[in-house]
Design a protein around this ligand. Structure first.
Ligand SMILES: Cc1cc2nc3c(=O)[nH]c(=O)nc-3n(C[C@H](O)[C@H](O)[C@H](O)COP(=O)(O)OP(=O)(O)OC[C@H]3O[C@@H](n4cnc5c(N)ncnc54)[C@H](O)[C@@H]3O)c2cc1C
Length: 413
């Protein structure tokens, strides 16, 4: 169901339709027949490899890879909107699968903009040739992530993960946690402090770390409430040596990560929108086929009112996400505020949509084999991804009223 014209280009419509068919013909039947596999405690046994392989065949694993390395050409001034459209469609099938794939898009954009040609050739070719290959982006560590999102630029907020310059390269020590694709990825972009004493905006560098680097270890797979087909991981670096050429950005890596953050917030918000769209579609069908009190549920006014509220919220989130995507595509100065608005709005509104879906399905909404509670779990996880709700609010205020927005972090007086 789409109740307003998104003004999509022909190629966006084509990609959306291919993706929708893949979700309806492959993902939905897989989940219906295998609802219990997301609860496997061995991460390798959750999503079968053929799902990733089929995603690869329709080109949605490698968006963002430049054409010269075999990537799908996307209209340049529409790229982030295209990401949003495809992200929504995949997540309408499964949010965890979408999460797995979109990390590749986000890191590909970062590498495309920052990595040297040798790295681009090596890693894009590897990504293109191996359908199981995934990227990960590792910023968060046990010391916390909100200070990075805020840009709390004081030495005491610097990362605990440190990289020290040695002859011919860098030695990294530290720990990263809550990392999407952390358990499965073949290549990681890792952030570390390289100038103790400086604020993080001047003293943070990023490094390309292949999975098989000595001193690098995937410490564990985190068991999460939702998006369980994306294996979130914890990473450990002990005296991990990387050569000079693996330095992606020295000193100002957090500023440069902006290349990743803005499209990233849109992609993630669109992903949550897909979860809401699925909740809306399933609930609309249910209330039009199930009767109580002698009539179809939809003919009870209170049910109709809730359904209208769900449709309104999904439509409002989609409008904001597409507006924000357009702002990023156009490099508009409103992009910063709009990205954070779409992230926070999508995280809160879609959770309400999923709550209504659960309530309108009655007891069935709580049954694991039906899949409605899964939508609520998948939506809840997004509250914490790409900055928390409150930190996103701070960022919106800072973007709109930069002179007088105040200081949101620092020592207590
Ligand atoms: C499923 C999932 C996937 C993720 N994937 C990745 C990934 O791929 N890469 C990556 O680097 N990270 C990833 N993260 C980490 C995510 O970005 C962080 O969890 C998130 O930004 C919050 O940081 P935190 O967990 O350190 O919470 P904290 O920063 O410890 O925050 C805890 C609470 O304190 C509040 N708070 C913090 N600072 C302030 C302040 N100054 N004023 C007021 N309130 C404040 C926060 O709003 C929050 O409510 C992922 C997280 C999840 C859950």
């Amino acid at each position: 169901m789409s109740i307003f014209d998104l003004d999509l280009t022909d190629s966006q419509i084509m990609m959306r339709d291919v993706c929708r068919k893949f979700v309806d013909n492959t993902i939905a039947p897989f989940l219906k027949d295998n609802w219990e596999v997301e609860w496997q405690m061995s991460p390798e046994d959750r999503m079968p490899s053929h799902i990733l392989e089929e995603s690869d065949k329709i080109g949605i694993r490698t968006l963002g890879v430049p054409e010269e390395y075999g990537g799908t050409p996307l209209e340049k001034n529409q790229e982030v909107r295209t990401f949003a459209i495809i992200s929504e469609e995949i997540a309408r099938g499964d949010s965890g699968l979408a999460d797995k794939l979109v990390q590749n898009w986000k890191v590909s954009v970062l590498l495309r903009e920052l990595a040297n040609k040798d790295h681009q050739k090596k890693w894009f070719e590897k990504l293109m040739s191996d359908p199981s290959f995934l990227f990960a982006h590792a910023l968060t560590e046990p010391k916390g992530a909100s200070d990075r999102w805020l840009g709390y630029n004081a030495p005491e907020a610097a990362m605990d993960t440190k990289a020290v310059k040695v002859d011919g390269g860098w030695v990294i020590n530290g720990r990263k946690h809550y990392i999407s694709n952390g358990y499965d990825a073949g290549l990681y972009v890792i952030y570390a402090n390289t100038s103790p004493g400086l604020g993080m905006m001047q003293g943070t560098s990023s490094f390309i770390v292949p999975r098989d680097t000595e001193g690098f270890r995937v410490a564990r797979c985190n068991e999460t409430v939702g998006c369980r087909f994306m294996n979130n991981g914890e990473l450990e670096l002990i005296d991990c040596f990387v050569p000079d050429e693996n330095l992606l950005c020295e000193g100002t890596a957090l500023n440069k990560a902006g290349i990743y953050f803005r499209p990233g917030k849109i992609i993630q918000a669109a992903k949550n929108l897909g979860v809401g769209q699925s909740a809306l579609e399933k609930t609309a069908e249910y209330v039009q086929t199930y009767s109580r009190g002698g009539r179809l549920l939809i003919k009870h006014q209170v049910v109709a009112s809730r359904l209208a509220d769900m449709a309104t919220k999904v439509t409002a989130v989609r409008s904001l996400v597409m507006k924000a995507a357009q702002a990023v595509d156009m490099k508009s100065e409103d992009a910063e505020a709009l990205c954070n608005m779409s992230k926070v709005f999508a995280s809160q509104e879609i959770l309400h949509v999923c709550q209504n879906a659960m309530e309108l399905h009655g007891g069935m909404g709580a049954m694991l084999d039906v899949g409605i509670e899964k939508l609520m779990r998948d939506a809840s996880i997004f509250l914490h991804m790409d900055a928390t709700v409150d930190i996103s609010h701070f960022k919106i205020v800072k973007a709109l009223w930069p002179e007088n927005a105040g200081i949101y972090a620092g020592p207590e007086n």
